[in-house]
Design a protein around this ligand. Structure first.
Ligand code: FE
Ligand code: FE
Length: 397
C-alpha cells in the first residue's frame, strides 16, 4: 500500500531544515512520497507583518524542493477559503488517495499538544502520526508516555529520531536581515527572496534616524528583551548628558547593543563565519558573550553605524582596558537600567553619576565574582579592564 507523508508548515521562508527533515522522515518512515503543504490562514497564529503572500511562499517551496523527486508540493490549504485546519486536509487527502496510508508528520511540541487540535479523532481515524524528535532525554520520556497513552485509544504513532538542524523561521528572518541566511536557504531560494525584495532584502538600513532605528531594532528582539533595551537607551542618554558624551551615539549604541541577542550560540557562530571573523578560543567556547561582537558587526555592516557606536557595542559585555567614555556609559547603562534588580544595583546607580570609573569597576567585579561562583570562565578582557582601572586609580592617588 502506498504511504504518503503530509508535512505542513508556514514555510516562511522554507529552509534547509525543512527539506532535510522531510527527506529524513520519508526515508525512516518508508514513505513513497512526501507532500509539503504550506498553510493558508493558520488557526493558531497569523503570519508576521511583511510576510510574503501565499503565492510567493508556494513558489519558494517549489524552488526549495525542486531537486528532490520524493517531495511534492500541494497548494490544497492555500486554496481553502477561511480558516484552515489539519483535519480538513487529512479528509481531503483521504478522498484523493483512498487506498493510501497517510502519515501526518509533526514535531514534538505539536505531538504533545495534539488533543488541543481541532477534531483530533478525525485525524487519527484517517492517518497515523509520524513524530520527529531530537532524542533529548526529557523530550524522549514525554513522547514515549504520550505515545503509550494515545495508542491505548487506538492511535497509530511512529517515532522518528533525528538530529536535523534546528532553526526557526523567526530566527531565519533575523539572519536574512543580518545578511547571513545563506547557509540555511536551499539553492535558489535566496535569489528568489532578493529578486522579489522579500523579508526586507531590498531595504536600506543605513542612515536611519534614532526613531527609525528603534523601530527596526525592536522588530529583531525577543519580546522579553524590549524593556531592557529601551531602559538601557534611556539610561545611556542620561549618562551621556551627565558626563558630556554624544547623546545620539549613546542612544544608537544602547538600542543596538543586544540586536543579535535573540540568536543562540550556534547561530552566533554562523554570524561570525558569514562575516569572516576568526574567533579566539574563549569566544568559541563562551558563545553567551558573542552577541557583543556580532552586534557590533551588524551595527557596522547592516546599519552603517559610526566607529564610536560600533566599539561601544563591541565591549558592552566584557569591557576592556582603555575604555573610552561612551564604552563605559554603555557598559554601565546595560548593568543598571531600571529593569535590573540585584543586590548592589543601587550602589552602582549612585556611582554611575558620581564616579563612572568606580561604577564600571563595580560592574566588572560583580561579573567576575558571579562567573567564578558559577564555575564559569572569566573573559581575559574583563580582567584586563579591571586591572587597568585599578592601575588608573593608583596613579591618581
Ligand atoms: Fe548584552
Ligand atoms: Fe543588554
Amino acid at each position: 500500500m502506498e504511504r504518503i507523508g503530509i508535512y505542513g508548515g508556514t514555510f516562511n521562508p522554507p529552509h534547509t531544515g525543512h527539506i532535510s527533515a522531510a527527506l529524513q522522515a520519508a526515508e525512516r518512515l518508508c514513505l513513497d512520497r512526501m507532500l509539503l503543504i504550506p498553510t493558508g490562514i493558520t488557526p493558531h497564529k497569523q503570519l508576521p507583518a511583511g510576510s510574503p503572500n501565499a503565492g510567493q511562499r508556494l513558489e519558494m517551496l517549489k524552488i526549495a524542493a525542486k531537486s528532490h523527486k520524493m517531495l511534492e508540493i500541494s497548494d490544497l490549504e492555500l486554496r481553502r477559503e477561511g480558516k484552515s485546519y489539519t483535519y480538513q486536509t487529512v479528509l481531503e487527502l483521504k478522498e484523493q488517495f483512498p487506498d493510501a496510508q497517510l502519515v501526518l508528520i509533526m514535531g514534538t511540541d505539536m505531538f504533545l499538544s495534539f488533543e488541543n487540535w481541532r477534531n483530533p479523532d478525525i485525524i487519527l481515524e484517517n492517518a497515523s502520526l509520524g513524530v520527529m524528535y531530537r532524542g533529548e532525554k526529557d523530550e524522549a520520556k514525554a513522547i514515549a508516555e504520550k505515545k503509550v497513552q494515545m495508542q491505548a485509544k487506538g492511535a497509530k504513532i511512529e517515532l522518528v529520531e533525528n538530529k536535523i538542524l534546528r532553526i526557526s523561521s523567526t530566527d531565519l528572518r533575523r539572519m536574512l536581515t543580518f545578511g547571513c541566511a545563506a547557509p540555511f536557504l536551499p539553492e535558489g531560494v535566496g535569489e528568489y527572496i532578493r529578486e522579489n525584495g522579500l523579508y526586507g532584502s531590498d531595504r536600506n538600513y543605513q542612515g536611519l534616524t534614532v526613531e527609525e532605528l528603534e523601530a527596526e531594532v525592536l522588530g529583531l528582539l525577543k519580546e522579553n528583551r524590549i524593556a531592557h533595551v529601551l531602559g538601557c537607551r534611556d539610561t545611556a542618554v542620561q549618562l551621556a548628558k551627565h558626563w558630556g558624551a554624544d547623546e545620539i551615539h549613546a542612544a544608537r549604541a544602547a538600542l543596538l547593543h543586544d540586536v543579535t541577542k535573540a540568536l543562540d550560540g550556534p547561530l552566533q557562530l554562523t554570524l561570525c563565519q558569514e562575516y569572516g571573523i576568526l574567533l579566539n578560543s574563549f569566544s568559541q567556547k563562551n558563545t553567551k558573550t558573542l552577541h557583543a561582537l556580532t552586534g557590533s558587526l551588524v551595527a557596522r555592516r547592516v546599519f552603517g553605524e559610526e566607529q564610536a557606536v560600533v566599539d561601544a557595542i563591541r565591549h558592552h559585555t566584557t569591557g576592556k582596558a582603555d575604555m573610552n567614555l561612551l564604552e563605559k556609559i554603555i557598559y554601565v547603562a546595560d548593568y543598571m537600567e531600571p529593569n535590573r534588580d540585584f543586590p548592589g544595583v543601587d550602589r552602582l546607580r549612585e556611582l554611575a553619576f558620581s564616579d563612572i570609573d568606580a561604577a564600571l569597576a563595580l560592574g566588572l567585579e560583580m561579573t567576575i565574582t558571579m562567573l567564578k561562583g558559577q564555575g564559569r570562565e572569566v573573559s581575559p578582557e574583563s580582567r584586563e579592564a579591571l586591572a587597568w582601572l585599578q592601575r588608573k586609580e593608583r596613579t591618581v592617588c
